[in-house]
Design a protein around this ligand. Structure first.
Ligand SMILES: [Zn+2]
Length: 206
């Protein structure tokens, strides 16, 4: 007898934190508007089995322990101004982002730069991949910041984990338009569906 396949879906909200929104140390234009759109999307009755929020979470700068992810002269490709330092306001999720109480928060970047949410763990030390596996998640929708870095890395890793992946182009924002456009092309080439949330609600399998 064929085993019954139940494919649950999850929403992964990537790094919608103050430092990546206008006013933050590494602001992405439109990050706050993305936060609002994600909240509306969640509240409009999208029935995800699991909602995960990833957070960049870095140690305080310490002169005795260089942290190569940060630089006073960042190139905005490999090095960045200090951001999302644990315990600071900049590290908090943006106030426009409203998550369900059941949402799982996954933090990454404590030891080194970590662009993908799959490098992160929840408060119990459980990885993002394990969280998805134990809820039998087969498909993920990915939204958040920034398109060309952490959204891209998280989506590529989700694909590498064998998940069906969609990225909603109207609920992401990037560091630069050029690299964000290239990132979305790379995602499409990897078999990831890139569409708007309006198309997504039409095509959503029930
Ligand atoms: Zn970082």
């Amino acid at each position: 007898m064929p085993e019954e396949v139940t494919m649950q879906s999850a929403l992964i909200v990537v790094d919608v934190q103050n430092d990546f929104c206008p006013g933050g140390s590494l602001a992405v234009a439109g990050g706050d508007a993305v936060a609002t759109r994600i909240s509306r999307w969640i509240e409009s009755g999208n029935d995800y089995h699991l909602v995960v929020a990833t957070m960049d979470s870095h140690p305080r700068p310490d002169p005795t322990q260089p942290f190569p992810h940060f630089s006073d002269h960042p190139d905005y490709m490999r090095t960045w101004p200090p951001h999302c330092i644990e315990g600071t306001c900049g590290a908090r999720l943006h106030r426009n982002l409203r998550l369900p109480p059941s949402a799982v928060v996954v933090r990454k970047g404590q030891e080194a730069a970590a662009y993908s949410g799959f490098a992160g763990h929840d408060d119990h030390g459980v990885s993002l991949a394990e969280n998805l596996q134990r809820e039998r998640i087969g498909a993920v929708d990915i939204v958040g910041l920034a398109t060309d870095y952490c959204v891209k890395a998280t989506a590529m890793d989700a694909r590498a984990h064998g998940l069906a992946v969609r990225v909603f182009a109207d609920m992401v924002a990037g560091v630069s338009l050029g690299s964000s456009g290239r990132a979305l092309d790379e995602l499409r080439n990897a078999g990831i569906v890139v569409e708007t949330s309006i198309d997504g609600s039409r095509s959503r399998p029930e």
